[in-house]
Design a protein around this ligand. Structure first.
Ligand SMILES: O=C(O)CCC(=O)C(=O)O
Length: 230
């Protein structure tokens, strides 16, 4: 029997823990959302923040993006139990913020809740030089331990401390702006340093199957069922 590679998005997601969907947003949409992201950070975020959560609560364009039929269309096959938007955040790497995002799994941040996935969309072309997402394919099938480590005096980061993957196992997702990466909350991921001296804006939406609210969900007022369970 021929052992063929999976090609459907659901099979790829199951095998790798992520899928890449090119050209989900047009360059013009990315331009508009980048202006909106700057505005949201200026008005709602603490000065100098690189992460801001609850974007859809305050921004109509990001609210529409969270519910966009193109995103829902991608999620339907990988979320057979329905699709509920939970929350979103802007992650902004300013030219002077060169640090990489450490290797981590998102489910560490919402322990004892139902599984979730995230949709990461850069609003700038994302490359190894300006802080694109890095992933370890298949790592969502293993258990990882996260610890709080002091990376420099007084600077603590949550990161995986039992990672045994090799450089060759890592995919550095060099992608055009508007491309989406859908990834499991159990997938080991991080991002490269931003050494390009340029902005890198990304929006990340998080989704889960619909169900009765868990205490964790109550912190996210923009949550909404987009595709009910059958
Ligand atoms: O956008 C980034 O640099 C990485 C964000 C990330 O890994 C996360 O929010 O879980």
């Amino acid at each position: 029997m021929i052992n063929s590679s999976p090609t459907s998005p659901a099979a790829l997601y199951e095998r790798d823990g992520f899928i890449i969907v090119p050209d989900l947003l047009t360059p013009a949409e990315c331009d508009r959302l980048k202006v909106e992201a700057r505005q949201v950070l200026d008005v709602h975020a603490k000065s100098g923040s690189s992460v801001h959560v609850h974007v859809a609560v305050v921004s109509e364009p990001f609210r529409s993006l969270a519910e966009d039929p193109r995103i829902v269309g991608i999620l339907k096959p990988v979320m057979p139990d329905g699709v509920m938007f939970l929350s979103d955040k802007i992650v902004y790497k300013a030219p002077h913020k060169t640090f990489p995002t450490p290797w981590h799994i998102d489910c560490y941040y919402w322990r004892d809740t139902r599984p979730k996935l995230s949709v990461w969309i850069p609003l700038d072309d994302a490359t190894a030089e300006n802080g694109t997402l890095t992933v370890v394919p298949g790592s969502h099938k293993r258990d990882w331990r996260m610890v709080k480590m002091e990376v420099s005096a007084g600077d603590f980061q949550n990161r995986i401390d039992n990672g045994d993957w090799q450089d060759g196992d890592v995919v550095t997702c060099a992608i055009k702006r508007g491309t989406a990466i859908v990834f499991s909350d159990r997938l080991v991921h991080g991002s490269t340093p931003n050494t390009a001296g340029k902005d890198r804006y990304a929006i990340i939406g998080t989704y889960q199957a619909p169900g009765p609210d868990e205490p964790f969900d109550l912190d996210f007022p923009a949550r909404k069922v987009l595709v009910p369970a059958d």
